[in-house]
Design a protein around this ligand. Structure first.
Ligand SMILES: Nc1ncnc2c1ncn2[C@@H]1O[C@H](COP(=O)(O)OP(=O)(O)O)[C@@H](O)[C@H]1O
Ligand SMILES: O=C(O)C[C@@H](O)[C@H](O)C(=O)COP(=O)(O)O
Length: 331
């Protein structure tokens, strides 16, 4: 099973994009009619790192930010939340911060319009990845979007290799964002390269299917998806099913289904990141998988009921309150 080295000063390092979310203020409207937005720090690995930090994990980040006001806004935000930014590098190549404009047409109809040309996060270089830093962590979380382009792709691969050499638990969030890739085949191939080296894989069913489609398979069951990676040495395969919950397969042959906690949904995005942050917190606190799933589901129910992702990441008390309210009803 997973074991985290208690002597390491950092619990979790996240690697990948630090971006900005511009979430529509006028909800229940298409983007064409939306005129004002609220700015939040975003980027899936940033959100997961912020979630973990909010829960009290000692966190750090490896990434590049733009050399402008947006880059400084992100860096300042992380610092205020006690996330170590010693390995967040200011990219001076003239790159920009990735923007995610979110459209909230209804609680079930949301979409994200990403502006990601010449983004700083994909400028991460192999030379930015320092073994001594990675070795300080119990676990590293790699966002699959970091694999979309060179040199970030090679940097992510180097980070995984160094993590494995140093006994750092490798967590991989497939985090597929179509806009950043040339093709789904390309995404599937690079995701597979990291998946087979990961101890924990997070992904939606569609994201796992990218790694099946590239092999010409279209009807793989969750069980078969999990089997493929567990056979290669992965310890936990976490398959998220949106409003239908999650299923986790373990290397010891267990299968755990996790239910959702109903929420007054404002928007659907942010569910996966909050789920992952709280799930990882549970794992690092030695909780059994069903409890990690409950904490993940509770965190997600709080975030889908909020306007933001990063700012809404809950405290442990908030998570515990949701779990106890709903579990008491179910008992
Ligand atoms: N509408 C919802 N209401 C309450 N919880 C939800 C809802 N949608 C998702 N969740 C929770 O968030 C988890 C991850 O959601 P999912 O949508 O699969 O991830 P992602 O955002 O990565 O696509 C789910 O397993 C579930 O616990
Ligand atoms: O990941 C991005 O670049 C955008 C995110 O900040 C955004 O809030 C989002 O899409 C959250 O993703 P999810 O948790 O996978 O739904």
């Amino acid at each position: 099973m997973l074991s985290f080295d208690a002597a390491r000063p950092l619990d979790l390092i996240a690697l990948g994009r630090l971006c900005i979310d511009l979430n529509a203020n006028e909800i229940h409207r298409p983007m064409e009619e939306t005129t004002t937005f609220t700015k939040y720090v975003g980027g899936s690995p940033a959100n997961i790192c912020i979630a973990a930090a909010r829960l009290g994990l000692k966190t750090g980040f490896i990434g590049r930010v733009s050399d402008d006001q947006h880059g400084r806004f992100i860096q300042g935000y992380l610092e205020k939340r006690a996330i170590d930014t010693s390995n967040v590098i200011v990219d001076r190549s003239g790159s920009v911060t990735g923007l995610a404009f979110t459209e909230i047409k209804s609680p079930t109809d949301c979409s994200i319009l990403m502006y990601r040309d010449n983004v700083a996060d994909l400028k991460l270089e192999p030379a930015d990845i320092r073994e001594a830093y990675i070795a300080r962590a119990k676990a590293i979380l790699i966002s699959g979007t970091a694999l979309a382009k060179s040199p970030s792709r090679e940097a992510a691969l180097k980070a995984v290799e160094l993590a494995r050499l140093n006994g750092v638990v490798v967590m991989f969030d497939i985090d597929y964002r179509a806009y950043t890739w040339n093709s789904t085949e390309e995404a599937g191939i690079y995701a597979s390269l990291i998946a087979e080296k990961s101890d924990v894989i997070f992904g939606g069913r569609d994201e796992f299917m990218l790694m099946e489609h590239m092999l010409g398979r279209s009807d793989t069951t969750d069980e078969q998806i999990a089997e493929r990676w567990l056979h290669k040495g992965t310890q936990l395969v976490v398959i998220k099913h949106g409003g239908d919950g999650s299923v986790v397969y373990t290397s010891s042959g267990e299968r755990h289904t996790g239910r959702i906690y109903p929420a007054k949904v404002v928007k659907t995005f942010g569910a996966g990141d909050s789920y992952a942050g709280a799930f990882i917190y549970g794992l690092m606190n030695g909780q059994p998988i069903p409890v990690c799933q409950q904490w993940g589901a509770a965190a997600a129910s709080i975030v889908v009921a909020s306007h933001s992702c990063s700012d809404a990441m809950p405290s442990f008390e908030q998570i515990a309150a949701v779990v106890s309210e709903h579990e008491a009803e179910r008992a």
